[in-house]
Design a protein around this ligand. Structure first.
Ligand code: ZN
Length: 386
């Protein structure tokens, strides 16, 4: 019989695959599938339609609905330009911490979930357990929705979902959602001394960008809803993180590119927020076209992540609280795949080892204590399912 690896051995193995989002994750998926197969567990894949990437999911226990779903992502953020003291793809233990890219976000949890799946299999659990490992989470939570769709009908519908993003093992029941829009303003070039005859993509872009200032001021001044009041800040924020445009100081810019994003509190209508932005853009575009009909604004949605709304007596929340003993109220302002599972009809909670403060950092780590806490969580979970 194949030896069962410890959570630390599993994490070490998973981190040895440099699955930065822009690169393939197939070697990792191959290895995980092989490991599960060695233990008599079959796994399923959902392939990215164009890139060499796959999500992997598996089910153990009776073939019935209501499995606990352990959800993680396989991709990690790049290490380029970061000053690491150790090899980011080799787990190194020092001062009570495991260093390595993904220890915290979130191959530590992936390893624990993989461990739990194999244990649950051998324990012949009465309630089934599922593992769901996505790709492309770090570039806008793009991989989970098609994976969730692919799971339907292939494995029995799961029940409560635990998304193991680093939360210090607290039960996080709400997070903001968001959308991002790549915006390309196409102007008309003239010498800037002839300004009225041209259309400066930068000056028009500035009017579009000012939408963020207007909305932020409005939202900040408004009375937050009870739901929104749980968040910091307690309102939807709009932001532009990058702008590129223009060729010379004396030419009205032909092009201006920027990324307009919002982070929405649960309860705000994401569709209405997007439509508000598009209406503002249309208004500006009208003025541009009046000068030069060929000028325009092109918009592409870069990401679209639904918020996680705190559930009334949520099943996932109840399970996480029962195991961790955590009864506090926790919401976060970053997006996760939990909102996507919830949008697909699952009960979902975020609960995983490690501190989000260490995610994406050089010398990313998870403390040995947090990793152990995650292990204890999985032991308890498997015992409950048995
Ligand atoms: Zn993550």
């Amino acid at each position: 019989m194949t030896r069962r690896m410890t959570p630390l051995e599993l994490m070490t193995k998973l981190i040895s695959f440099p699955t930065v989002s822009r690169d393939t994750n197939l070697p990792l998926v191959d290895w995980v599938e092989g490991y599960l197969n060695d233990h008599g567990i079959s796994a399923h894949r959902y392939y990215h339609p164009e890139e060499p990437k796959a999500a992997l999911y598996a089910h153990v226990g009776p073939e019935v609905e209501g499995a606990i779903v352990l959800s993680g992502h396989t991709d990690v953020v790049p290490v380029d330009g970061q000053p690491w003291d150790t090899d980011p793809f080799v787990v190194t233990e020092k001062d009570g911490k495991y260093f390595g890219r993904g220890t915290c976000d979130m191959k530590g949890f992936d390893a624990l979930a993989l461990w739990a799946l194999v244990e649950a299999h051998y324990a012949r659990v009465k309630t089934p357990l599922q593992l769901a490992l996505s790709f492309d989470e770090e570039i806008g939570c793009l991989g989970a929705p098609p994976m969730i769709k692919a799971m339907q009908g292939v494995v029995p519908k799961g029940g409560p979902v635990i998304v193991g993003e680093p939360s210090m093992m607290k039960a996080v029941t709400g997070h903001k959602g968001g959308q991002g829009f790549d915006t390309h303003v196409v102007g008309f070039e003239v010498h800037s001394s002839l300004l009225p005859q041209g259309v400066s993509a930068i000056l028009e872009g500035a009017k579009i960008i000012d939408f963020a200032n207007q909305r932020n001021a409005e939202n900040m001044a408004a009375e937050p809803s009870t739901l929104a009041a749980m968040f910091d800040p307690p309102f939807t924020t709009w932001h532009v993180g990058q702008v590129h445009g223009g060729t010379a100081h004396n030419i009205t810019a032909k092009d201006c590119h920027f990324a307009m994003d919002f982070r929405a509190v649960p309860g705000d209508d994401l569709v209405a927020l997007k439509e508000g932005y598009l209406a503002h853009v249309a208004e500006i575009e009208k003025g541009m076209k009046a000068i030069h009909p060929e000028t325009r604004v092109e918009i592409e949605t870069r990401f679209d992540v639904p918020p996680l709304k705190p559930e009334e007596d949520g099943e996932a929340e109840g399970l996480a609280r029962a195991i961790t003993g955590d009864n506090g109220t926790h919401v976060v302002s970053y997006g996760t795949e939990a909102g996507q599972f919830q949008a697909a009809g699952y009960s979902a909670v975020v609960c995983g080892p490690g501190d989000i403060a260490q995610a994406h950092q050089p010398n990313e780590f998870i403390t040995v204590a947090q990793f152990e806490a995650g292990h204890a969580f999985m032991r308890d979970l498997v015992a409950r399912l048995a």
